[in-house]
Ligand binder design. Sequence first.
Ligand code: XMP
Length: 219
Amino acid sequence: MMIKDLRNVSRVVLALDLTESKRYWDIMSELRGLVKIVKVSWVTLLTIGPDGLRKLISDNRDVYFLMDAKLADVGFINNVIAGKLKELGVHGIIVHGFIGKFNMPNVSGLDLLVLASMTSGGELYDVNFERMINIIKEINAAGAIIGGNKPDLIRRARSYLGNDYVILSPGIGAQGVKPGCAIAHGADFEIVGRAIYESSNVRESFIKIEEESRRARCT
Ligand code: XMP
């Protein structure tokens, strides 16, 4: 499964940063058939462990799993970590863009998503934005992560990258960006965590946010 091929399938990437193991399975079961892409993180790995993550993935075979590893080590270590994550069944990983192109991991069949701009802070990123985006092309990564509250950067990235690369935007919902807004500016996917998993009706919230994201409107 490659993330590029999921653009027409779903616009929402569900971020699961849950600190109670059972909730991963409860939420996935509530969203069965709806959720197509799940972003897991260090919170996930520290909560359910590597074996738990392997099981979560194998229990949800139709779902694309993106590990927000935010890797930022030297290349050979990044490669070892990326390889181990792939062994667990993960389909893609997020790496920090500031490490530069020679430190980027390269594991066949594993999507690489490069963090290019953060929703808060990360000011060192934005002064090097063009270089960051160029790296994505040079290493042929799957795409970029760019904060949903930075519409100008999303637009710039889209015009540099064309349609061969995906753009994922966090900051939607709980952090104030309206669902549909990042897509309206050129993102392919909106990363949504708490606005879905902390809501009183997870299934309804997912359906509503997915609809709004698909509408791709910012008003
Ligand atoms: P919420 O609950 O705010 O979760 O929808 C956001 C998810 O996105 C991850 N992430 C980021 N969040 N700025 C953010 O606000 C960023 O630059 C960023 N990059 C990734 C975050 O870790 C959480 O899983």
